[in-house]
Ligand binder design. Structure first.
Ligand code: NAD
Ligand code: TYD
Length: 348
């Protein structure tokens, strides 16, 4: 039986990855390590918590002693590392928190894996899940490829770039078997309503303003989170050691166009007069250092591993909006903060 450590599995993408692995690989023992920060929510994975191949471990990757002990106790065969501080706006307010979790936390995992595995790296794998934001900002033309130089602009992307570099350095210096992916913006269920799509869905439901930063002409490449989980599975099992793969949605949208589309669909779903939600759009002060455009060339993972998104943006957005409309309790618990009580109820 393979023992796999997934970090950050109570967060948005991590919860989808944990669910995917627990359901698809009954022979794997999946350990979900999460500190349950504001972004960690065990309600995201309550459907799999009683499965026999799943174990939740509450803990902080910044705690070096704890991480070392965890590796000694379990001797994992593989690590999928997703735990991170993930929100650009928060990184502008508190950059040090991002250095602690994203850089020091990743270092602790790398050291523990290296020390545990160094006698025999055979069959082991450290997978770092990263972002396209490490490449900085594109102009109107071009796409990020795996060889685009790193040029991060926000404290968030600088911290992820730093951790990517350490992962590579551990591969080169110590021979640690690793794979790394840089993915574009995800959307889907269980997304914390501080990021654009879930925040705006929640605000439309509650008739609250939709704060569009700057002129709204910023572009992001959106990928349905369940397709990201499938890509992660492929890279973990079939990716080449010491390789990077870019993952993207082939799906660029200017923020303002995406917000208008969301408003249109939400008016239909909520049976409101056409144009009602658009009236909530409010242009606000721009984010400092706001990257103009992200767009991924995902041809390497497509050619080498046969991956491409399985749903169109229309299908993914429809699923996502329906999920939020059908899961008012989840949204209510997240916005009120009461989701924090779930751990106490289930695990104490
Ligand atoms: P998230 O903020 O939703 O979840 C992060 C999870 O990590 C939470 O469950 C949190 O409790 C946990 N965590 C935070 N600090 C921790 C610590 N010190 N120790 C243990 N656990 C801790 O993030 P997400 O959007 O799901 O992103 C997951 C990963 O994917 C991140 O590494 C992020 O950089 C990367 N990524 C995200 C996107 C995106 O669009 N969201 C795109 C590309 C890559
Ligand atoms: P976000 O979801 O925070 O992801 P990222 O900054 O990592 O790409 O933001 C997506 C885009 O939406 C980005 O250009 C910033 C913009 N945005 C707004 O205009 N208003 C908002 O309230 C938020 C959260 C984001």
């Amino acid at each position: 039986m393979k023992k796999i450590l997934i970090t950050g599995g109570a967060g948005f993408i991590g919860s989808h990855v944990v669910r995917h692995f627990v359901n698809k690989y009954p022979d794997y023992q999946i350990f979900n390590l999460d500190a349950l920060t504001y972004a960690g929510n065990l309600e995201n994975i309550k459907d799999i918590e009683s499965k026999s191949n799943y174990t939740f471990v509450k803990g902080d990757i910044v705690d070096e002693v704890f991480i070392n002990e965890l590796f000694v106790t379990h001797n994992f065969d593989g690590v999928l590392h997703l735990a991170a501080e993930s929100h650009v706006d928060r990184s502008i307010e508190d950059p040090l928190a991002f250095v602690k979790t994203n850089v020091i936390g990743t270092m602790n995992l790398l050291n523990a894996a290296k020390n545990q595995w160094k006698a025999n790296f055979g069959g082991k794998r450290f997978y770092h899940i990263s972002t396209d934001e490490v490449y900085g900002s594109l102009g109107a033309e071009g796409l990020f490829t795996e060889t685009t130089p790193y040029d991060p602009n926000s404290p968030y992307s600088a911290s992820k770039a730093s951790s990517d570099h350490f992962v590579r350095a551990y591969g080169e210096t110590y021979g640690l078997p690793y794979v790394l992916t840089n993915c574009s913006n995800n959307y889907g269920s269980y997304h914390f309503p501080e990021k654009l799509i879930p925040l705006f869905i929640n605000n439309i439901i509650n008739n609250k303003p939709l704060p569009v930063y700057g002129d709204g002409n910023y572009t992001r490449d959106w990928l349905f989170v369940e397709d990201h989980a499938i890509a992660i599975d492929l890279v973990f099992h079939q990716g080449k050691n010491h390789e990077t793969y870019n993952i993207g949605g082939f799906n660029e949208w200017k923020n303002i166009d995406l917000v208008r589309l969301l408003c249109k669909i939400m008016d239909q779903k909520l049976e409101r007069e056409p144009g009602t939600s658009q009236n909530l759009i409010t242009y606000v002060k721009d984010r400092p250092g706001h990257d103009l455009r992200y767009a991924i060339d995902a041809s390497k993972i497509n050619k080498e591993l046969g991956w491409k998104p399985s749903v169109t943006f229309e299908q993914g957005l429809e699923k996502t909006i329906n999920w939020y409309l059908n899961n008012g309790e989840w949204l209510q618990n997240v916005t009120s903060g009461s989701y924090k009580e779930y751990y106490e109820k289930q695990y104490s």
